[in-house]
Write a protein that binds this ligand. Sequence first.
Ligand code: GYE
Length: 321
Amino acid sequence: MFKRISALVIAGLTAMSVTACGGGGGGGGDSITMGFSQVGAESGWRTANTKSVQDSAKTAGITLKFSDAQQKQENQIKAIRSYIQQKVDIIAFSPVVESGWDTVLKEAKDAKIPVILTDRAVDSKDTTLYKTFLGSDFVEEGKKAGQWLVNEYKDGKDPVSIVELQGTTGSAPANDRKAGFQEVIGADPKFRIIASQTGDFTRAKGKEVMEAFLKSNPDIDVLYAHNDDMGLGAIEAIEGAGKVPGKDIKIITVDAVKDGMQALADGKINFIVECSPLLGPQLMDLAKKVVKNEQVPARVVTEETTFTQEQAKQVLSSRQY
Ligand code: GYE
C-alpha cells in the first residue's frame, strides 16, 4: 500500500498520523503498519522477544498488529493471510518450522507486501520471497556447546554418555543446534548421544522427557538442552531422581535468560550459549528501510557470547531478560 501512494500524499498522511497520535513515537512518523506473527509464548526467550518487538515498534512509531500462533504453523499462515488482506505495509514473522512457507510467501509477494524473517529461517529455495533474515546463527550456537564439552572432557578417555533435549521438531534452532553440536563432538567417538528427543522448547516437556531419559538410562553424564527452559524442567527431573544437576549430570543449555543464568550461577547448569531475543530495534530499522525500498543485507546475524558459572555470577544482576 505504502509504495503506491505519491510522496505528496505520504507527507500529508504523515502529518495526519503524527497529529492523530499526539506526535508520539519519536521514530519519524513514517506511518508504517507491520503485521507480526509470533511463534508462541513457549519460553522465557520468547517472552523477552515479544516484549522487545512490541516496545521497539512503539519507539519507532510503527503500528504493530501482533498475533501469537501457539507454536502452530497453520495459525501463522492464517495470520499472514489476514495481514495480506488488511494490506499492511510489511509483514515480519518468526517461522515455527522451516518448511512449508512457499505458498503463503508467494501470496504476500504477489500482493507486493514485503516480508522480513526474524529469529528463525525458512528453507524456501526462492530467496526473493523475503527481503532479509534477522537472527542468530544456530549452527554456531550448537558448535559452541560442543566445544565446551570437548574441552571439559579433553583429558578423559572413558565414554561420555549424552542425552539431548531438542527444540520444536522441524524448527531452525532445533535442526541447527543439533547439527552444530554433532559436528564438533562427532570428531571424538568417546562422545555418545544415547538419547535425543524433542521437549518442544518448554519447561514442562523438558521435565517430562528428562524423567523418561533417567528411567531408561541409569548412567547419563551430560544433558544438552536446546534452550534454558527445557534445561530448567530437566533439573527438576534430575533432582526428583535424587541426582545433583551440574555435578552428577553436567548440563549445557542455550539462550541465557535470567532463570537460566540464575541456575548457572547456582551451579546447576554448567555452561550456557547465549542467544539474544532483543531483536526488536534492528527489526524496526530494517522494516523502515525495506518499506522505503532501500537496500538491506540479505542476512543480519545477532552478536552473541557464552557464559560459564563464574561469568554468570558477574553479569546476573545486569541481565535485561
Ligand atoms: O532459543 C527458544 C525459543 O527461536 C531462538 O525459540 C528461538 C528459540 C529459543 O523457544 O527458547
